[in-house]
Write a protein that binds this ligand. Sequence first.
Ligand SMILES: NC(=O)c1ccc[n+]([C@@H]2O[C@H](COP(=O)([O-])OP(=O)(O)OC[C@H]3O[C@@H](n4cnc5c(N)ncnc54)[C@H](OP(=O)(O)O)[C@@H]3O)[C@@H](O)[C@H]2O)c1
Length: 210
Amino acid sequence: MSISIFGTGSMATGLAVLFAKANHRVTLASRDVAKARSVAADLGNGIGASSFADAAATADVVVLAVPYDAVAEVIKAAGGLAGKTVIDITNPMTADFSGLTIGHTNSAAEEIQKLAPEAKVVKAFNTVFASVLQAGGNAGGRPATVFVAGDDAAARKAVADLAQSVGFAPVETGVLSSARYLEPVAGLNIALAYGLGRGTDIAPAWQGVA
Ligand SMILES: NC(=O)c1ccc[n+]([C@@H]2O[C@H](COP(=O)([O-])OP(=O)(O)OC[C@H]3O[C@@H](n4cnc5c(N)ncnc54)[C@H](OP(=O)(O)O)[C@@H]3O)[C@@H](O)[C@H]2O)c1
C-alpha cells in the first residue's frame, strides 16, 4: 500500500516507521520539503519525502498527522484529496489540553470530511500516544487498541486491517460520527497520562469487543 503521511512530528514519524517496517511504501510530506527529506533520511527504512500535493498524488492512503487547526490548509495544499482514504488522527484539543474545541454534535473527523468531501475519511489512531507507536504499538506490554470510525465500510475495514498489520488491536466503531465519542476518549487518555501522572505507556481499550 502507498501511504503518505502529512507531518514530520512525533505521530508522523512513529507511524511512518511502523508502516515502512510492514513493507508499505511510505512518504512524509511537509510544508517544508527540505525538512521532510531530512526527517525521512534520519528515519531510514526506505521512507520518502515530498510536498503535500506530490505525496497525495501517489498515495492510496493519506494520514493527517498535523494539528487539527492546520488541516484545512494542508488539504487545500494537497489539492482536495478526492478519492483518497484519509486517516484522521487529530484531536481538537484546547491549547492547554484541558478540553476539546468541538464536540457533542460534531467532531474533527466530520469537519475534515466536509473539507474533503470526495475523500473517504476514517478516524483512527487518535487514542494512541506517539510513545506507544515508538514502542511498536504496545502499551503496558500489550497491543494497543486502535478505534476505527468511517462512513465507507471498505475504507474503514482497510484501515482496521492496516492497524492490525502493524501490531495494533483494531476495534471498528461504525460511522464517522462515532468520532464524537472517540475524540473525548483521547482527551481522557491525555488527562490520565499528564494530569493524573500515569504516563504515556497507556492506551484505552474496550473489554469484550474483539
Ligand atoms: N502526540 C501524540 O501522542 C498524539 C496522539 C494522538 C493524536 N495526536 C494528534 O496527531 C496530530 C500530530 O500530533 P504530533 O504530536 O505529531 O504533533 P507535532 O509533533 O507537533 O508535529 C506536528 C506536525 O504538523 C506540522 N504542522 C503544524 N502546523 C502546520 C501548518 N499550519 N501547515 C502544515 N503543517 C503544519 C508540523 O510541521 P512543521 O515542522 O513545519 O511545523 C509538524 O510536522 C495532532 O493532530 C494531534 O492531536 C497526537
